[in-house]
Design a protein around this ligand. Structure first.
Ligand code: PMP
Length: 368
């Protein structure tokens, strides 16, 4: 008889572990890293100063209620601080939501090329992932609604979505909410909200304020440049904030993250500079790559999705290997069901120029 070993809960061994964007090349080379949608401008210098300031107090526990950070976020966006919950990255908040609301027998919906974490957190709680097809790499609310069953407990929607870069308008989000049954939790993951320059977009604050079944998650990892610290927040109906506060770790956000987070959210100037940098270089990158004859999906976030022709020598795998040989790391997204595309984060001016010139060399070489 085989020795009994501890067994995880059902669903956990069905999870394919999340594979982060690569970050290293051969020893000794400093790569241009455009694989994880990190900001090329770095964090606010004020956030860095706040981080350094607390270095002398690391023996202290952080404020478990995150009072100062919630107050700073509330002030910035005009929100009720009691309905803000902070976490170690928005990953933690999404994970807590799944933990609180999903269990065996439940279903949760996400879109065809939705952020990979959703499948992981659904399976981790013994629930069943249900995938709604997208239309032209864009969320299709009718496809989501068509997959709602009596068992549906939650819908996870990244808006804008990673890795497609597409978004749906506030009217569409509102229509989705209106047609979902009231007991279904709608999670609006707005990790890239600050980059969106569209009049018809709304991250989710208004729906959270006016419904009792919608949550919006936000992150400090992208435009605020604090991915390494792990910090995110959720805006919730009161009852859902109460649930998250019951299950979260008492000190789930570290002391440096709390301090740097306050400084980051208060530095609107730095945020604007980062948004403007992106607004300048996102269209440039897309246009220059399209000039090479490659298709680029329209993106409102801080990355582009580049599609390659079929064929071993001209395809995404070969392009990725070539970019690596030039010291440039981008993201392969086979795991998202897009085997012939690469996701490339908007970088500094010189990163962007380097990527275009490397892709140009690749396209020329592949055509030769
Ligand atoms: N949502 C989306 C759509 C993302 O792309 C990411 C980062 N890859 C996250 C959430 C998680 O970000 P974090 O945990 O760093 O806040």
């Amino acid at each position: 008889m085989a020795k009994a070993i501890p067994q995880p809960k059902e669903g956990i061994l069905d999870i394919d572990p999340y594979v982060p964007g690569e970050s290293k090349l051969a020893a000794g080379t400093k790569p241009i890293k455009l694989s994880s949608n990190e900001t090329p401008l770095g964090p606010s210098p004020k956030a860095v100063a706040a981080f350094k300031d607390v270095a002398g107090s690391l023996e202290r526990y952080p404020d478990g209620a995150h009072t100062a950070l919630r107050a700073a976020i509330a002030k910035r966006f005009g929100l009720n601080p009691d309905r803000i919950v902070c976490g170690a990255g928005s990953d933690e908040l999404l994970t807590m939501l799944a933990h609180a609301y999903l269990g065996p027998g439940d279903e949760a919906i996400y879109t065809e090329h939705g952020f990979l974490l959703y499948k992981i957190i659904i399976l981790a709680n013994g629930a069943t992932p249900v995938v709604a097809p997208e239309k032209d790499l864009r969320t299709d609310i009718d496809a989501i609604l068509a997959r709602v069953s009596e068992r549906t407990k939650a819908v996870f929607l990244a808006n804008p979505n990673n890795p497609t870069g597409s978004y749906i308008s506030f009217d569409e989000v509102r229509a989705l909410r209106a047609k979902l049954p009231p007991h279904v939790l709608l999670v609006l993951d707005a990790a890239y909200a600050e980059y969106v320059m569209r009049n018809d977009y709304e991250a989710g604050i208004e729906l959270v304020a006016t419904t009792s079944n919608t949550v919006m998650t936000r992150t400090f990892s992208k435009i605020h440049g604090l991915a390494g610290l792990r910090l995110g927040w959720a805006y919730c109906p009161e009852a859902i904030a109460d649930v998250l506060n019951r299950i979260r770790g008492p000190f789930n956000v570290s002391l440096p993250a709390l301090y740097a987070g306050v400084a980051a959210i208060e530095d609107a100037e730095h945020e604007t500079a980062s948004a403007e940098h992106n607004a300048r270089w996102l269209p440039w990158l897309a246009a220059e790559i399209e000039k090479l004859g490659l298709k680029v999906s329209p993106s409102v976030a801080n990355f582009v999705l580049v599609h390659f022709p079929q064929g071993e020598e001209r395809g995404a795998r070969a392009a990725d290997a070539f970019l690596k040989s030039q010291g440039i790391i981008v993201r392969r997204i086979e795991a998202y069901g897009l085997p012939n595309a690469l996701r490339i984060t908007v970088g500094t001016e010189s990163d962007n120029r380097a990527v275009v010139s490397a892709l140009s060399a690749f396209v020329g070489r592949a055509a030769a």
